[in-house]
Design a protein around this ligand. Structure first.
Ligand code: PSU
Ligand code: MN
Length: 303
């Protein structure tokens, strides 16, 4: 599959000079946020990573290539075109073979990052087991990818639109360490907390890098979750978001929305129900994840 990789000049130079690189997903741009805030967010994330001493590599599928590092025009296309496909592991071969434009989810970004030799990836929140997943069997392919692909995913936990308890059970079964970065609680995206704890709390990037290196040198394949709570000043109280989430879930059910459309629908609905405040929180947590991921990439390079 390496024949499909296409590196931007910036990422190519970083690889040649042994600079730390942070992968970024693109579904968050195309399906996670409205235009034009999404494109501004994507550019700012890249700059945060550069300012912290690493090189950003936003990933997407375009013209039959797996692009590792995007130009400004690519970000604009991903953010503004209505016909961008949401690409998870399942969709990857079709979108690549047909030359269509595809935004990568956490799962698909992990696949591409591993192929490109990038160990650290920053996102917003991971997919997981959906509420009532025991009936619908809606379990994000992100979890299965975390079980097998060697990338550390810096995220703000999992959204409470999901069944966080079952999501954590699934991760445990598949041997995915859930590391709390400077926290004992598993964060729930908009909030710094949830009812659940993390497996291990670590307070420095160097300590996280050590665990990554140890896991993979043991031959224990698979990813790690580095759960990094949203900064306190941008947090949404856990109780407030629960009622709003319930309303969004009810509407999704009434409208019969299922499958890959459900996460984007719920994100948009929650934004409307919070009069845009959830979007501000979402952007703030992504910036924070980008910064922590950059520190982690630097530490891992030095480990
Ligand atoms: N959570 C967010 N914003 C997002 C997503 C999740 O807060 O944009 C995206 C990510 O790309 C994630 C995907 O990998 O949704 C999960 O979708 P699904 O549940 O269909 O696997
Ligand atoms: Mn799903």
């Amino acid at each position: 599959m390496k024949q499909f990789l296409s590196f931007s000049a910036e990422v190519q130079a970083a690889k040649e000079n042994g600079k730390p690189i942070v992968a970024l997903e693109s579904t968050i741009i195309s399906h996670g946020m409205p235009y034009p805030e999404n494109v501004a967010m994507a550019k700012r994330c890249e700059q945060i990573i550069r300012d912290a001493g690493a090189v950003p590599a936003t990933i997407a599928l375009m013209n039959g290539e797996i692009k590792i590092g995007l130009e400004e025009a690519d970000l604009e296309a991903l953010g503004s075109h209505a016909n961008v496909a949401k690409v998870s592991r399942r969709d990857f071969p079709y979108i690549l073979a047909s030359g269509k434009i595809g935004a990568t989810t956490v799962a698909a970004t992990m696949i591409a990052a591993e192929l490109a030799g990038i160990a650290v990836f920053a996102t917003g929140g991971i997919g997981g087991v959906h509420r009532e997943g025991e009936v619908t069997m809606d379990v994000s392919a992100d979890l299965q990818e975390l079980a097998m692909t060697n990338v550390a995913v810096v995220c703000a936990g999992a959204k409470s639109i999901l069944d966080i308890g079952r999501t954590l059970e699934y991760l445990e079964t598949h041997g995915v360490p859930v590391v709390g970065y400077k926290t004992d609680k598993f964060p729930s995206f908009y909030s710094r907390v949830s009812e659940f704890g993390v497996d291990f709390r670590l307070d420095t990037a160097a300590a996280v890098a050590e665990v990554m290196a140890t896991k993979w040198s043991l031959g224990l394949d698979g990813g790690l979750i580095i759960a990094n709570p949203v900064p306190a000043e941008s947090e949404f109280p856990y109780e407030d978001i629960e009622a709003i989430t319930q309303q969004a879930l009810n509407e999704a059910k009434e409208k019969g929305i299922t499958g890959k459309d459900i996460t984007p629908f719920l994100l948009g609905k929650i934004k409307d129900l919070t009069a845009g405040k959830s979007l501000e929180t979402n952007i703030a947590l992504v910036y924070h994840n980008a910064e922590v991921a950059a520190h982690l990439a630097v530490a891992y390079q030095n480990s």
